[in-house]
Design a protein around this ligand. Structure first.
Ligand SMILES: Cc1ncc(COP(=O)(O)O)c(C=O)c1O
Ligand SMILES: [Zn+2]
Length: 375
């Protein structure tokens, strides 16, 4: 099958041909794709409401068959926070209950196109569940490495899809190290390292662009652990800008949990790389990432859009999660962190005429135990 792309190091620009076992550059840097997307508004509008409506803007060989579960084109609802209108993308309504299906659908479709039959992945839970679901759909074997403290419902979900669950003693970094050892001989379906995942996540931008009437919002307020959604959204708007479909890239506001905020701290001190922090547990388990592998890229993206980081406390996360449940939204605490950040963003300055988009990234039913104490 003809390769539609090349791998390019985000740090040193070295290039590599597609290779099933290469997941980072020889310099240690993360890999991006050299790929030319195409947008044909008429074709897009003529297709069904899934993320595959942007088929020619996704780096899957034209002859490959997407592995799909009906994912994407999630509702964009308008709400009000403190009287200010904001748009909320309902990404907890994906097939596995989190936005991670955006990336998993494309990554596993690409793995199948490459003839892969087994993958490994490490995750705080949601990305593992998404990879496990698409592997189940495609008939691939997969091993998912998770930290031992992962929410029970996410563990059940991973096992329910038939994946082999590997619980690793220690934190999120320990789970990543164990998966990377296995990745020496097995395809690494990493939502952080594999650039196809980010290209799946860029459909967040494409959907927002269409749902707002083919324009870019002024501001995106998004959660950041490893930053796959934020980087995907930035990539999507960069591509739309290059294709002259929008006139700017939105300002990016990244929300972190204060108990684990290497990027917010780096940004505050003007550093271009994540600040070393101790890995503390957080209600927002999905974004408690002490050493984000693409941290330099996230910091650069936020800075070049004139954005900022907001670090929210455990109390703010709990309060926002409770508040939004009371307004009818079933969200997990990680998603509550984003909305706590949104509230903080709106509380300073004048945002009355700003078009602001945020997201609910994970479903509440995934975190029953944590929520039992909160709600
Ligand atoms: C519900 C939810 N929201 C947001 C994120 C953050 O994604 P990232 O770590 O790629 O920034 C995660 C990651 O696991 C998540 O599970
Ligand atoms: Zn490199």
């Amino acid at each position: 099958m003809a390769a539609a792309y090349q791998l390019v190091c985000a740090r040193c620009a070295a290039r590599y041909a597609p290779d099933a076992l290469r997941w980072r550059c020889d310099c240690g840097g993360p890999l991006d794709l050299a790929f030319q997307p195409r947008f044909d508004r008429r074709r897009i509008a003529g297709r069904g409401p899934t993320l595959w409506r942007y088929r020619e803007a996704l780096p899957l060989p034209a002859e490959a068959t997407p592995i799909h579960l009906g994912e994407g084109y999630t509702p964009l609802l308008q709400g009000r926070v403190g009287g200010i209108p904001v748009w909320l993308k309902q990404d907890h309504l994906f097939p596995t209950g989190s936005y991670k299906d955006r990336g998993a659908a494309l990554l596993i479709s690409q793995a199948v196109a490459m003839g892969i039959d087994r993958v490994v992945e490490d995750s705080s839970g949601n990305a593992g569940a998404a990879i496990a679901a698409y592997c189940a759909r495609a008939g691939l074997a997969c091993d998912i490495y998770v930290p031992e403290a992962t929410s029970p419902a996410k563990l059940l979900q991973i096992q329910g899809y038939g994946a082999t669950l590997r619980r690793v003693p220690g934190d999120r970094q320990a789970a990543a190290a164990a998966a990377q050892q296995a990745a020496a001989t097995t395809f690494y379906a990493s939502h952080v390292w594999n650039p196809f995942f980010m290209h799946g996540c860029k459909t967040f931008a494409f959907e927002v662009w269409e749902q707002l009437g083919q324009r870019a919002p002024d501001t995106l307020v998004l959660p950041v652990g490893n930053g796959t959604l934020l980087l995907g959204a930035a990539l999507g708007f960069d591509e739309l800008l290059a294709a002259r479909q929008v006139d700017r890239v939105p300002r990016l506001i990244g929300v972190q949990a204060a108990s684990c905020a290497p990027l917010a701290l780096a940004s505050a001190s003007g550093a271009s790389a994540p600040q070393p922090v101790e890995a503390h547990a957080s209600l927002a388990e999905g974004i408690a990432i002490a050493a984000p592998a693409r941290g330099e890229q996230v910091l650069a993206a936020v800075q070049r859009t004139g954005g900022a980081f907001i670090a929210v406390s455990e109390e703010e996360i709990a309060a926002a999660t409770r508040l939004w449940w009371r307004h009818g939204f079933a969200l997990e605490p990680t998603a509550g962190a984003t909305l706590a950040g949104l509230g903080r963003y709106l509380s300073a300055g004048d945002h009355a005429r700003e078009v602001i988009v945020s997201a609910i990234t994970g479903h509440g039913l995934k975190a029953g135990q944590a929520l039992a104490g909160l709600l």
